[in-house]
Write a protein that binds this ligand. Sequence first.
Ligand SMILES: [Mn+2]
Length: 364
Amino acid sequence: MSNKMDQFRDQLDSVNLDLLELINRRAALVQQIGQVKEKQSMKRFDPVRERTMLDKITSNNDGPFQNATIEHIFKEIFKAGLELQEDDHRKALLVSRKKKPEDTVIEIKGTKIGDGNTNYVFGPCAVESYEQVAAVAESVKSKGLKLLRGGAFKPRTSPYDFQGLGVEGLQILKRAADEYDLAVISEIVNPAHIEQAVDYIDVIQIGARNMQNFELLKAAGDANKPVLLKRGLSATIAEFINAAEYIMSRGNGNIILCERGIRTYEKATRNTLDISAVPILKQETHLPVMVDVTHSTGRRDLLLPTAKAALAVGADGVMAEVHPDPAVALSDSAQQMDIPTFDAFYEELTSLDNRIKDKKVIVE
Ligand SMILES: [Mn+2]
């Protein structure tokens, strides 16, 4: 009796190995098909082809399994094959670490982003006047910093909200940046504006609401300027990475990723800062990653704690909004810092940064 059982078990082991070999042979074929499809830009999933395969299989099914069970098993095998093709595709992304293991370092007017040092981007939410921008620029300069942000084209939730000064705003930024020897980061919302904007700005920002504006991504990819790409409000990390790929696939690899919070059910903050996105993006891509603490929290009291978290988690930089008089700001007045708050914020943050860099605080 036990002898017979052993024989069956031996046979079963051998059938398992045969199945294993066949499943992997199938997977290798699926990979080859994936490569051909990739070259011809064909969709990987073809439901008609899947139905034909299933019909052929079930019409040859002599049991004891029912057709429904057989279909279920084969659907799982098909799915695994599709996932394998997708993995192969992911490996090929230009922005991925698999493609380029070393960090991308971007140089902007002599400042390096992504080289292991911490960078800071400060400036008003929207450009309102020369005096307003100059007040912030002076404060940024006094800290020995280089990067000045400011919105000239403002994509606002309501069409009746302040939409920004447009090109005039870019001209104000450029004037202040030249006077204080700073580099300008400003959002562009229309592909047609890029050509004109590059005369005034040093970094093209693509905002959260435009993360999947593919024509804008392509236009930024054609431009000869670094791009700061913000994560979309409801974008997954994979969608974020693919948006960056749009830019890099056009030849522009100088991309800074910026986590700015995502939409969740939580109402205590304006968005939910997805802090874990930072190490994931650092692992999956070779691009510098910054954290925008202003738009992720929407709360002035949370700017410093979240900025500290960003440094501790390995972000390459922190972005925050500063306004000489936030109470009268035309946008984001609840979360912009005034200059004294900015001074204190920066002092405490850089002190933590120095302790991290000196290994006095161990964050790993
Ligand atoms: Mn803002």
